[in-house]
Design a binder for this molecule. Structure first.
Ligand code: G1P
Length: 297
């Protein structure tokens, strides 16, 4: 029922002030979990879901991001000459097909909705994905792929959803549920960052979306919302009123909030433990830390 999703927008214009001083010269999206930049996790997830066109909404100071996606012929040559085949393969897996990536500048920090709207001319009359690289999701079947499969059945707008502690509602877009079908919910309203006691549910939006082009048209019209910014949540909520076709999808997987230092550290440990070459060392180190903790009690 849903049309194929082949384009994804990656809003990466944020200043990353929570990670200062690092983000003074390094875009947040280039910061690494173990040895891969955050943005590489998002790209790999998008590719697994069948995305062919990658649209980055950037801002001043994000040049390193564009360089990262350039081919590196000298480096490839060197690794080939030295017979470092595995590293060569790792490097080549980051190569993108020429013309598959587009960069659009968001000239003013007017919010997530505005960032997505900046990419409107690159989206035709077709559904598209939005991925927030801060939300890293470890999953057997990558999150966006799960959603693309579900969307093929439902069509409409779909947002990734996850239950959060009630007091955390003010950090998320929150869903007002019309019907709970288990894996999926039909949504009758959405509120961006409500106060804890005003949230319509505990089901939060996580940074993966499949959206109808009508949401871009809504972005033309909505006024600034929570935090004085143009909110994507408000533009999707408007589509509920007009077309009544918004679903929340409870993905299978573990989400890390890499926009926060604590989440970033947790992801680093989790992805480190998932790596065969690091697991044993890291595990015994963490184990020894726990022993120290116990001894201190
Ligand atoms: C954004 C969205 C919010 C969503 C969140 C998920 O907020 O505006 O609706 O719940 O991402 O991570 P931000 O974290 O950019 O403030």
């Amino acid at each position: 029922m849903g049309k194929k999703v082949t384009k994804a927008i990656f809003p990466v214009a944020g200043m990353g002030t929570r990670f200062l001083p690092a983000t003074k010269s390094v875009p947040k999206e280039i910061m690494t979990l173990v040895d891969r930049p955050l943005v590489q996790y998002a790209i790999d997830e998008a590719r697994a879901a069948g995305i062919k066109e990658f649209i980055f909404v950037t801002s001043r100071g994000k040049g390193a991001l564009e360089d990262y996606f350039d081919h590196a012929p000298q480096l490839e040559h060197l690794l080939r000459k030295k017979g470092k085949d595995q590293l060569l393969e790792t490097l080549q897996n980051t190569n993108m097909e020429s013309g598959a990536i587009a960069y659009i500048r968001q000239h003013k920090a007017l919010g997530l909705g505005h960032a997505v709207w900046c990419a409107r001319r690159l989206i035709a009359n077709e559904p598209f994905a939005v991925m927030l690289p801060d939300d890293v999701i470890a999953a057997e079947t990558p999150c966006l792929q799960q959603m693309v499969e579900a969307h093929a059945e439902t069509g409409g707008n779909m947002v990734a959803a996850m239950e959060v502690e009630p007091e955390k509602a003010s950090s998320y877009g929150m869903l007002d549920i019309e019907e709970d079908m288990g894996q999926m919910v039909k949504v009758k309203g959405m509120v961006e960052k409500p106060k804890a006691d005003e949230s319509p549910s505990n089901l939060a939006v996580i940074g993966r979306y499949i959206l109808e082009p009508s949401v871009l048209r809504n972005l033309n019209q909505i006024k600034s919302g929570s935090g004085g910014e143009i909110q994507l949540t408000d533009a999707i909520a408007r589509d509920i009123e007009q077309n009544g076709n918004v679903y929340g999808y409870r993905f299978k997987g573990q989400r890390f909030d890499c926009g926060s230092k604590s989440g970033f550290l947790q992801a680093t440990v989790a992805f480190g433990l998932a790596r065969e070459d690091l697991r044993d060392d890291l595990h015994s180190y963490l184990h020894s830390l726990m022993q120290v903790d116990k001894a201190a009690q």
